[in-house]
Design a protein around this ligand. Structure first.
Ligand code: NVA
Length: 315
């Protein structure tokens, strides 16, 4: 059987993405419905960058799948310094059922996947954050009833990992995506090309602008920190350029029915006003909870196989 991974959002087809979301919704209602890791089988959760939601939601979710979550400090392991990524992959692949890795370079994650022999899941890299997007899509579906045709407005750093994943996963789901960001912080051409190709098939669309006015009437408003992990040295410059691209009360008022998403951690008064993130249209706590349900679903489907995991079997 070919080993499947989730390295970027478009590793899933549209049909697989919706299967993951359906299974996530089922697991949310019945957390122990699919004990795919019973054995017990261990899953390594490796963190090279700070983590709260990711580590906790994966660990809790793996326990609910009746597996054993193994927390690995990437710095202690010295992945890529003390040992090469392929060697680490070969060693871990002999011990665990899957590897969940938060790291910097997407190429390192790809090398892990190439050599591990077990599913590898991207728990955030500099390039993408696909687990976040599965949780976001689940949250949007819960609050808006549907994904296809929803108008999603992103404001802030349009070149970061969560923005790239929003474009790819959103386009796969048939959403209309509008990124508002200043020059230098707009999505990479490669991401735009892939997202536009997906949107063409799904009936969605992808637009980039530097005018926050285009967010008027959006169904979903999203932002993220201006200073992603690993870019701290650029903090002053980023805050100066991205300053006018905040999710303020005034911007939120132009989309009065829009729900508000933020992957957290949030910096109130910077990328988002406190009144917006703490206001009635904010769904950020649902988003945070949904990380667990979405990740359980994707792990279940990667470990057992998208063709295999049907109905209630494996109980
Ligand atoms: N773009 C942010 C997301 C944090 C969950 C970062 O990479 O730091």
């Amino acid at each position: 059987m070919t080993v499947r991974h989730l390295l970027a959002d478009d590793d899933l087809t549209a049909a697989e993405q919706s299967r993951v979301l359906d299974l996530a919704a089922r697991l949310k209602a019945d957390p122990y419905a699919v004990p795919v890791l019973s054995g017990p089988r261990s899953v390594a959760i490796i963190s090279d960058k700070p983590t709260l939601r990711t580590q906790v939601s994966f660990a809790a979710g793996i326990a609910e799948l009746q597996g054993h979550p193994m927390l690995v400090d990437g710095r202690l392991a010295g992945i890529g310094t003390r040992e090469s990524v392929p060697d680490v992959a070969r060693v871990l692949g002999r011990q665990v059922a899957a590897i969940v890795w938060r790291t910097y370079a997407q190429t390192d994650l790809e090398a892990m996947a190439e050599h591990a022999g077990v599913p590898v899941v991207n728990a955030l890299t500099d390039a993408y954050h696909p687990c976040q997007l599965l949780a976001d899509l689940l949250t949007i579906r819960e609050h808006r009833g549907t994904l296809a045709g929803q108008r999603v407005g992103w404001i802030g750093d349009g070149a970061n990992n969560v923005a790239a994943s929003t474009l790819l996963a959103g386009a796969l789901a048939g959403m209309h995506l509008q990124v508002v960001a200043p020059e230098g912080y707009q999505p990479a051409e490669d991401v735009l090309t892939r997202a536009r190709a997906l949107a063409e098939t799904s009936g969605g669309s992808v637009q980039v602008s530097s005018d926050p006015g285009v967010l008027a009437g959006a169904d979903v408003l999203v932002t993220d920190t201006w200073v992603s992990m690993g870019t701290e040295a650029e903090a002053a410059e980023r805050e100066a350029v991205l300053g006018p691209y905040r999710l303020t009360t005034e911007v939120a008022e132009t989309a009065p029915d829009g729900i508000v998403l933020h992957c957290l951690p949030a910096y109130r008064g910077k990328e988002i006003d406190a009144a917006v993130i703490d206001g009635p249209r904010s769904v950020v706590w649902d988003q945070a909870e949904n990380r667990r349900h979405a990740q359980k679903a994707v792990l279940a489907l990667l470990c057992v196989g998208f063709g295999e995991l049907a109905g209630e079997h494996r109980r």
